[in-house]
Write a protein of this length. Structure first.
Length: 361
Protein backbone atom coordinates (compact mmCIF):
# COMPACT_ATOMS: atom_id res chain seq x y z
CA UNK A 1 0.00 0.00 0.00
CA UNK A 2 1.23 3.53 -0.62
CA UNK A 3 2.75 5.31 2.33
CA UNK A 4 0.10 6.99 4.49
CA UNK A 5 -0.99 10.23 2.90
CA UNK A 6 -1.80 13.64 4.29
CA UNK A 7 -5.48 12.77 4.58
CA UNK A 8 -5.26 9.37 6.26
CA UNK A 9 -5.29 8.46 9.94
CA UNK A 10 -5.72 4.72 10.61
CA UNK A 11 -7.08 5.50 14.06
CA UNK A 12 -9.12 8.54 13.02
CA UNK A 13 -12.78 8.84 12.02
CA UNK A 14 -13.91 6.83 9.03
CA UNK A 15 -16.45 7.93 6.44
CA UNK A 16 -18.51 5.95 3.97
CA UNK A 17 -17.02 6.46 0.54
CA UNK A 18 -20.36 7.18 -1.12
CA UNK A 19 -21.27 9.96 1.31
CA UNK A 20 -17.78 11.48 0.97
CA UNK A 21 -18.21 11.51 -2.80
CA UNK A 22 -21.64 13.12 -2.50
CA UNK A 23 -20.24 15.78 -0.16
CA UNK A 24 -17.29 16.59 -2.44
CA UNK A 25 -19.58 16.69 -5.47
CA UNK A 26 -21.92 19.10 -3.68
CA UNK A 27 -19.00 21.44 -2.95
CA UNK A 28 -17.84 21.38 -6.57
CA UNK A 29 -21.38 21.98 -7.81
CA UNK A 30 -21.74 24.91 -5.40
CA UNK A 31 -18.49 26.29 -6.84
CA UNK A 32 -19.95 26.31 -10.34
CA UNK A 33 -19.24 22.89 -11.88
CA UNK A 34 -22.16 21.21 -13.67
CA UNK A 35 -23.51 18.44 -11.46
CA UNK A 36 -22.34 15.64 -13.75
CA UNK A 37 -18.81 17.05 -13.87
CA UNK A 38 -18.83 17.65 -10.11
CA UNK A 39 -19.67 13.98 -9.63
CA UNK A 40 -16.91 12.89 -12.01
CA UNK A 41 -14.25 14.85 -10.11
CA UNK A 42 -15.50 13.73 -6.69
CA UNK A 43 -15.58 10.09 -7.80
CA UNK A 44 -11.94 10.27 -8.96
CA UNK A 45 -10.81 11.71 -5.62
CA UNK A 46 -12.68 9.15 -3.54
CA UNK A 47 -11.44 6.32 -5.78
CA UNK A 48 -7.90 7.39 -4.83
CA UNK A 49 -8.83 7.36 -1.14
CA UNK A 50 -10.27 3.87 -1.44
CA UNK A 51 -7.00 2.50 -2.82
CA UNK A 52 -4.87 4.25 -0.20
CA UNK A 53 -3.58 7.14 -2.33
CA UNK A 54 -4.70 9.58 0.34
CA UNK A 55 -2.53 12.48 -0.89
CA UNK A 56 -4.70 12.40 -4.05
CA UNK A 57 -8.08 11.91 -2.38
CA UNK A 58 -10.68 14.25 -0.89
CA UNK A 59 -7.87 16.09 0.89
CA UNK A 60 -7.39 17.72 -2.54
CA UNK A 61 -10.85 19.32 -2.58
CA UNK A 62 -9.60 22.66 -1.14
CA UNK A 63 -6.78 22.88 -3.70
CA UNK A 64 -9.20 22.22 -6.56
CA UNK A 65 -11.60 24.83 -5.21
CA UNK A 66 -8.85 27.45 -4.84
CA UNK A 67 -7.91 27.13 -8.51
CA UNK A 68 -11.57 27.27 -9.52
CA UNK A 69 -12.06 30.45 -7.49
CA UNK A 70 -8.93 31.97 -9.02
CA UNK A 71 -10.37 31.46 -12.49
CA UNK A 72 -7.59 29.02 -13.41
CA UNK A 73 -9.95 26.14 -14.24
CA UNK A 74 -12.82 26.41 -16.72
CA UNK A 75 -15.99 25.15 -15.01
CA UNK A 76 -17.90 24.94 -18.32
CA UNK A 77 -15.35 23.76 -20.90
CA UNK A 78 -16.00 22.99 -24.55
CA UNK A 79 -13.90 19.84 -24.81
CA UNK A 80 -13.08 18.79 -28.37
CA UNK A 81 -11.73 15.59 -29.89
CA UNK A 82 -9.86 14.97 -33.14
CA UNK A 83 -8.61 11.72 -34.67
CA UNK A 84 -5.88 11.42 -37.28
CA UNK A 85 -5.98 7.61 -37.09
CA UNK A 86 -8.81 5.26 -36.17
CA UNK A 87 -7.12 4.14 -32.95
CA UNK A 88 -5.94 7.57 -31.77
CA UNK A 89 -7.74 10.58 -30.29
CA UNK A 90 -6.41 14.02 -29.38
CA UNK A 91 -8.46 15.75 -26.68
CA UNK A 92 -8.36 19.49 -26.09
CA UNK A 93 -9.61 19.89 -22.52
CA UNK A 94 -10.28 23.65 -22.75
CA UNK A 95 -8.78 23.96 -19.25
CA UNK A 96 -11.35 21.61 -17.72
CA UNK A 97 -11.01 19.85 -14.41
CA UNK A 98 -8.56 17.00 -15.02
CA UNK A 99 -10.95 14.11 -14.36
CA UNK A 100 -13.55 15.71 -16.65
CA UNK A 101 -11.16 15.91 -19.61
CA UNK A 102 -9.83 12.46 -18.77
CA UNK A 103 -13.32 10.96 -18.86
CA UNK A 104 -13.62 11.90 -22.52
CA UNK A 105 -10.16 10.56 -23.34
CA UNK A 106 -10.89 7.24 -21.63
CA UNK A 107 -14.23 6.95 -23.41
CA UNK A 108 -12.41 7.41 -26.72
CA UNK A 109 -9.85 4.76 -25.74
CA UNK A 110 -12.62 2.37 -24.74
CA UNK A 111 -14.46 2.86 -28.01
CA UNK A 112 -11.35 2.35 -30.13
CA UNK A 113 -10.29 -0.71 -28.12
CA UNK A 114 -13.75 -2.24 -28.55
CA UNK A 115 -13.53 -1.73 -32.33
CA UNK A 116 -9.84 -2.27 -33.02
CA UNK A 117 -8.36 -3.94 -29.95
CA UNK A 118 -6.35 -0.84 -29.01
CA UNK A 119 -7.11 2.78 -28.21
CA UNK A 120 -4.73 5.67 -27.51
CA UNK A 121 -5.54 9.21 -26.43
CA UNK A 122 -3.63 12.34 -25.51
CA UNK A 123 -5.04 15.32 -23.63
CA UNK A 124 -3.82 18.92 -23.66
CA UNK A 125 -5.00 22.01 -21.76
CA UNK A 126 -6.08 19.94 -18.77
CA UNK A 127 -5.42 19.98 -15.02
CA UNK A 128 -4.38 17.61 -12.22
CA UNK A 129 -5.90 14.21 -12.98
CA UNK A 130 -5.60 12.59 -9.55
CA UNK A 131 -4.05 9.21 -8.85
CA UNK A 132 -2.94 7.64 -12.12
CA UNK A 133 -4.13 4.11 -11.29
CA UNK A 134 -7.68 5.36 -10.75
CA UNK A 135 -7.83 5.55 -14.54
CA UNK A 136 -6.15 2.21 -15.33
CA UNK A 137 -7.54 -0.28 -12.80
CA UNK A 138 -11.15 -0.13 -14.09
CA UNK A 139 -9.88 -1.18 -17.53
CA UNK A 140 -8.02 -4.13 -16.02
CA UNK A 141 -11.27 -5.22 -14.40
CA UNK A 142 -12.84 -5.09 -17.88
CA UNK A 143 -10.27 -7.36 -19.52
CA UNK A 144 -7.82 -4.73 -20.76
CA UNK A 145 -4.23 -3.67 -20.13
CA UNK A 146 -4.10 0.09 -19.58
CA UNK A 147 -1.38 2.74 -19.26
CA UNK A 148 -1.71 6.31 -17.95
CA UNK A 149 0.90 9.09 -17.69
CA UNK A 150 0.84 12.79 -16.84
CA UNK A 151 3.74 15.27 -16.59
CA UNK A 152 3.84 17.62 -13.61
CA UNK A 153 5.38 20.97 -12.76
CA UNK A 154 9.16 21.07 -12.56
CA UNK A 155 10.42 19.85 -9.21
CA UNK A 156 12.77 17.00 -10.14
CA UNK A 157 16.40 17.51 -11.11
CA UNK A 158 17.40 15.29 -14.05
CA UNK A 159 20.29 12.96 -13.28
CA UNK A 160 23.51 14.91 -13.04
CA UNK A 161 21.76 18.27 -12.55
CA UNK A 162 20.96 20.32 -9.45
CA UNK A 163 18.24 22.37 -11.17
CA UNK A 164 14.63 21.22 -11.72
CA UNK A 165 13.29 20.60 -15.21
CA UNK A 166 10.91 17.64 -14.97
CA UNK A 167 7.99 16.75 -12.73
CA UNK A 168 7.69 13.74 -10.47
CA UNK A 169 5.62 12.54 -13.45
CA UNK A 170 3.31 9.71 -12.38
CA UNK A 171 2.80 6.66 -14.53
CA UNK A 172 0.45 3.71 -14.06
CA UNK A 173 -0.04 0.32 -15.71
CA UNK A 174 -2.80 -2.17 -14.83
CA UNK A 175 -3.59 -5.67 -16.05
CA UNK A 176 -6.22 -8.30 -15.24
CA UNK A 177 -5.08 -10.86 -12.70
CA UNK A 178 -7.82 -13.50 -12.73
CA UNK A 179 -9.16 -14.26 -9.26
CA UNK A 180 -6.80 -11.67 -7.78
CA UNK A 181 -7.16 -7.91 -7.57
CA UNK A 182 -5.70 -6.30 -10.73
CA UNK A 183 -1.95 -6.12 -11.10
CA UNK A 184 -1.33 -2.39 -10.80
CA UNK A 185 1.80 -0.26 -10.98
CA UNK A 186 1.34 3.36 -9.87
CA UNK A 187 4.54 5.28 -9.31
CA UNK A 188 6.30 8.60 -9.60
CA UNK A 189 9.77 9.03 -11.06
CA UNK A 190 11.10 10.61 -7.86
CA UNK A 191 12.56 8.74 -4.90
CA UNK A 192 9.73 10.17 -2.80
CA UNK A 193 6.69 12.29 -3.61
CA UNK A 194 6.73 15.92 -2.50
CA UNK A 195 3.59 15.17 -0.52
CA UNK A 196 5.59 12.89 1.75
CA UNK A 197 8.20 15.62 2.21
CA UNK A 198 5.41 18.05 3.18
CA UNK A 199 4.12 15.45 5.63
CA UNK A 200 7.57 15.16 7.21
CA UNK A 201 7.70 18.95 7.53
CA UNK A 202 4.30 19.01 9.24
CA UNK A 203 5.38 16.27 11.64
CA UNK A 204 8.72 17.91 12.38
CA UNK A 205 10.86 14.98 11.31
CA UNK A 206 13.82 14.61 8.98
CA UNK A 207 13.69 12.95 5.59
CA UNK A 208 16.19 10.33 4.44
CA UNK A 209 19.20 11.62 2.53
CA UNK A 210 18.89 10.81 -1.14
CA UNK A 211 15.35 12.15 -1.42
CA UNK A 212 16.20 15.74 -2.28
CA UNK A 213 18.75 18.54 -2.72
CA UNK A 214 18.51 21.97 -1.13
CA UNK A 215 18.46 25.20 -3.17
CA UNK A 216 22.26 25.14 -3.35
CA UNK A 217 22.31 21.62 -4.81
CA UNK A 218 23.46 19.91 -1.60
CA UNK A 219 21.94 16.68 -0.23
CA UNK A 220 19.59 17.49 2.66
CA UNK A 221 17.53 15.71 5.30
CA UNK A 222 15.65 18.93 6.20
CA UNK A 223 12.16 18.81 4.62
CA UNK A 224 11.91 22.63 4.55
CA UNK A 225 15.15 22.87 2.62
CA UNK A 226 14.03 20.04 0.36
CA UNK A 227 10.80 21.82 -0.55
CA UNK A 228 12.83 24.91 -1.49
CA UNK A 229 15.16 22.74 -3.55
CA UNK A 230 14.55 19.75 -5.82
CA UNK A 231 13.54 16.12 -5.50
CA UNK A 232 15.73 13.42 -7.00
CA UNK A 233 14.82 10.65 -9.44
CA UNK A 234 14.83 7.08 -8.20
CA UNK A 235 17.59 4.95 -9.63
CA UNK A 236 19.60 7.90 -10.90
CA UNK A 237 19.67 7.98 -14.69
CA UNK A 238 16.92 5.34 -14.96
CA UNK A 239 14.32 7.30 -13.04
CA UNK A 240 15.39 10.47 -14.79
CA UNK A 241 14.83 8.85 -18.19
CA UNK A 242 11.42 7.54 -17.14
CA UNK A 243 10.39 11.01 -15.99
CA UNK A 244 11.39 12.47 -19.35
CA UNK A 245 9.52 9.65 -21.13
CA UNK A 246 6.32 10.77 -19.35
CA UNK A 247 7.04 14.36 -20.40
CA UNK A 248 7.42 13.22 -24.02
CA UNK A 249 4.24 11.13 -24.17
CA UNK A 250 2.03 13.26 -21.93
CA UNK A 251 3.47 16.68 -22.76
CA UNK A 252 5.39 16.87 -26.03
CA UNK A 253 3.09 14.49 -27.93
CA UNK A 254 -0.13 15.90 -26.47
CA UNK A 255 0.67 19.55 -27.18
CA UNK A 256 0.55 20.41 -23.47
CA UNK A 257 3.22 21.86 -21.20
CA UNK A 258 6.50 19.92 -20.96
CA UNK A 259 10.00 20.18 -19.52
CA UNK A 260 9.35 22.98 -17.10
CA UNK A 261 6.36 24.84 -18.57
CA UNK A 262 3.56 23.05 -16.68
CA UNK A 263 2.52 25.27 -13.77
CA UNK A 264 2.77 24.13 -10.16
CA UNK A 265 -0.76 23.21 -9.06
CA UNK A 266 -0.22 24.32 -5.44
CA UNK A 267 2.02 27.37 -5.80
CA UNK A 268 1.74 28.95 -9.28
CA UNK A 269 -1.47 30.93 -9.76
CA UNK A 270 -0.16 32.96 -12.67
CA UNK A 271 -2.25 31.14 -15.27
CA UNK A 272 -3.74 27.79 -16.32
CA UNK A 273 -1.60 24.75 -15.47
CA UNK A 274 -1.58 23.36 -19.05
CA UNK A 275 -1.34 19.76 -17.88
CA UNK A 276 -1.20 16.95 -20.44
CA UNK A 277 -2.04 13.26 -20.24
CA UNK A 278 -1.39 10.07 -22.21
CA UNK A 279 -3.53 6.91 -22.16
CA UNK A 280 -3.24 3.55 -23.91
CA UNK A 281 -5.78 0.73 -23.62
CA UNK A 282 -5.37 -2.74 -25.16
CA UNK A 283 -7.93 -5.55 -25.19
CA UNK A 284 -6.25 -8.70 -23.91
CA UNK A 285 -8.33 -10.81 -26.29
CA UNK A 286 -6.65 -9.06 -29.21
CA UNK A 287 -3.67 -11.27 -28.30
CA UNK A 288 -5.13 -14.31 -26.54
CA UNK A 289 -8.37 -15.39 -24.91
CA UNK A 290 -8.89 -13.52 -21.65
CA UNK A 291 -9.31 -16.69 -19.52
CA UNK A 292 -5.97 -17.98 -20.80
CA UNK A 293 -4.27 -14.68 -19.95
CA UNK A 294 -5.85 -14.58 -16.50
CA UNK A 295 -4.73 -18.14 -15.84
CA UNK A 296 -1.17 -17.26 -16.81
CA UNK A 297 -1.32 -14.18 -14.55
CA UNK A 298 -2.52 -16.34 -11.65
CA UNK A 299 0.45 -18.65 -12.26
CA UNK A 300 2.86 -15.70 -12.34
CA UNK A 301 1.47 -14.33 -9.07
CA UNK A 302 1.55 -17.80 -7.44
CA UNK A 303 5.22 -18.18 -8.35
CA UNK A 304 6.00 -14.74 -6.90
CA UNK A 305 4.10 -15.34 -3.68
CA UNK A 306 5.74 -18.74 -3.20
CA UNK A 307 9.13 -17.05 -2.82
CA UNK A 308 10.59 -17.00 0.70
CA UNK A 309 10.28 -13.54 2.27
CA UNK A 310 13.47 -11.61 2.98
CA UNK A 311 14.44 -10.89 6.56
CA UNK A 312 12.02 -8.44 8.13
CA UNK A 313 9.37 -8.99 5.44
CA UNK A 314 6.15 -10.80 6.33
CA UNK A 315 4.88 -11.50 2.82
CA UNK A 316 5.95 -11.07 -0.80
CA UNK A 317 3.36 -8.87 -2.51
CA UNK A 318 2.67 -8.26 -6.18
CA UNK A 319 2.13 -4.68 -7.43
CA UNK A 320 -1.41 -3.59 -6.64
CA UNK A 321 -2.07 -6.29 -4.06
CA UNK A 322 -1.88 -4.02 -1.04
CA UNK A 323 -3.92 -1.31 -2.76
CA UNK A 324 -6.55 -3.94 -3.60
CA UNK A 325 -6.70 -5.01 0.03
CA UNK A 326 -6.96 -1.40 1.14
CA UNK A 327 -9.82 -0.83 -1.28
CA UNK A 328 -11.73 -3.86 -0.01
CA UNK A 329 -11.21 -2.79 3.61
CA UNK A 330 -12.25 0.82 3.01
CA UNK A 331 -15.31 -0.18 1.02
CA UNK A 332 -16.37 -2.24 4.01
CA UNK A 333 -15.21 -0.04 6.89
CA UNK A 334 -14.93 3.48 5.50
CA UNK A 335 -12.23 5.96 4.47
CA UNK A 336 -10.06 7.27 7.35
CA UNK A 337 -9.27 10.99 7.57
CA UNK A 338 -7.03 13.01 9.86
CA UNK A 339 -8.59 15.59 12.21
CA UNK A 340 -6.96 18.33 10.12
CA UNK A 341 -8.53 17.00 6.91
CA UNK A 342 -11.91 16.71 8.62
CA UNK A 343 -11.71 20.30 9.87
CA UNK A 344 -10.69 21.73 6.49
CA UNK A 345 -13.35 19.83 4.56
CA UNK A 346 -15.99 20.80 7.10
CA UNK A 347 -15.00 24.46 6.77
CA UNK A 348 -15.25 24.38 2.97
CA UNK A 349 -18.64 22.70 3.20
CA UNK A 350 -19.92 25.17 5.79
CA UNK A 351 -19.18 28.00 3.39
CA UNK A 352 -21.94 26.60 1.18
CA UNK A 353 -24.25 25.47 3.95
CA UNK A 354 -23.11 21.86 3.52
CA UNK A 355 -22.36 19.55 6.43
CA UNK A 356 -19.61 16.95 6.34
CA UNK A 357 -21.22 13.50 6.67
CA UNK A 358 -21.17 11.91 10.08
CA UNK A 359 -18.38 9.39 10.53
CA UNK A 360 -19.22 5.71 10.67
CA UNK A 361 -19.83 4.31 14.16
Amino acid sequence: MPAPGLGADPDGPRFAHATLADFAAAIFAAEGLPRADAGTVAAALVAADLRGFDTHGVIRVPAYVRRLRAGLINPSPRITAQSRRAFATVIDGDNAMGPVAVAQALAACRDAADRLGIGVATVRRSNHFGAASVHTVPFARAGCIAIAMSPGAKSLAPHGSRAPLLGTNPMAVAAPAGRHAPWSLDMAASVAARGHIRLAQQEGRAIPEGWALDSAGRPTSDPKAALRGVVLPFGGAKGSALSMMVDILGGVLSGAGFCGTTRDWNADFGGPADVGHFFLVMQVDAFMDLPEFEGRMETAIARLKALPPAEGVDEVLYPGERAGRTEAARLAHGVPLTPGAVAELAAFGAGHGLSLPDPLP
